[in-house]
Design a protein around this ligand. Structure first.
Ligand code: HEM
Length: 268
């Protein structure tokens, strides 16, 4: 014997009262109390949705999309039906009373006619007004679309100019890079040249130095009488050079005090 429920809420109350796993599906009630422990999806999943309508649960992919055969196995647990009364049926229907019509129009008919004509004029006025408003709206829309087009055009031109400036920047950066490269190369060349010139200079000076001939000249220290006077011969050069490299060497040997000055004279 199927039990009749007036709503899902009533079914839920019954399930709580009798401590049963009642579920609704397409206005049918199913008692799954003896199935919960055999359910492949476990007891917990049925416990979670206890007393609910299975409509959006059984084939819900986010929960578990059951095989269609699940419906046939569900059939054996049917225990009741939900008979929701149509609220429209409960409303009292308006009673239609039969009236006899006479051929001559009554006063009411005339009033109706005038009202209808008024309605017509009102409606036509309203429609004309609405037409005007529609026209205005379409005008506004068209101006809007024009503005949108304009702004799109502006944006396009802006993006174009931006692209141009980007290109210019890219070009200038490449030229700067190339300039830098050139500068670097020039610097390199300069440094190479200076190195070369330095080395040539040093070569030249070396050559000059190599041309130098050392001459030992005893320089008398007037404050201290030098013993060198007695022991060392004076070397005198034939001419007095302009470019002289003077080296003062202290004499430590032979118990001599004083200085020897090495005079390097340029031999031109
Ligand atoms: C509240 C409602 C239900 C929920 C949340 C639910 C949940 C699940 C889940 C999660 C699985 C997957 C188990 C796995 O593969 O590990 C499953 C499988 C299964 N359930 Fe349910 N279930 C519900 C109702 C039912 C009902 C009413 C029946 C049948 C009377 C049923 C029959 C089965 C069967 C036969 C399987 C294995 C085969 C298949 O996936 O179709 N379930 N269920």
């Amino acid at each position: 014997m199927l039990k009749k429920y007036s709503s899902i809420a009533q079914m839920q109350q019954d399930g709580v009262k009798s401590d049963r796993f009642l579920f609704a599906y397409r206005n049918n009630v199913f008692d799954l109390t003896h199935f919960v422990d055999d359910h492949p999806g476990g007891r917990f999943s049925l416990q979670t949705f206890k007393g609910k309508d299975l409509e959006n649960i059984l084939f819900n992919a986010s929960i578990h999309r059951h095989q269609p055969s699940v419906l046939s196995s569900l059939e054996q647990y049917k225990c009741g039906v939900i008979e929701i009364k149509n609220p429209q049926d409960t409303k009292p229907k308006p009673q239609v009373t039969a009236t006899t019509k006479s051929n001559t129009p009554s006063k009411n008919d005339q009033i109706c006619k005038t009202q209808m004509s008024d309605d017509k004029t009102n409606r036509s006025n309203i429609t004309s007004k609405s037409k005007v408003s529609i026209q205005q709206q379409s005008n506004i829309l068209s101006t809007d679309s024009n503005q949108v087009k304009k702004s799109n055009l502006k944006q396009n031109s802006k993006t174009k100019s931006i692209n141009k400036t980007e290109n210019i920047i890219a070009e200038s950066t490449t030229t700067i890079k190339s300039d830098r490269n050139i500068l670097n190369q020039q610097k390199l060349q300069e440094t190479q040249q200076t190195q070369l010139s330095k080395s040539s200079l040093s070569l030249a000076s070396n050559q000059k130095i190599s041309l130098l001939s050392p001459q030992i000249i005893h320089e008398e220290d007037e404050s201290q009488p030098s013993p060198l006077n007695n022991n060392v011969e004076k070397f005198e050069c034939g001419f007095i050079p302009e470019d002289i490299v003077n080296l003062q060497v202290p004499i430590l040997n032979y118990q001599l005090t004083g200085y020897l000055r090495l005079k390097h004279t340029l031999q031109n």
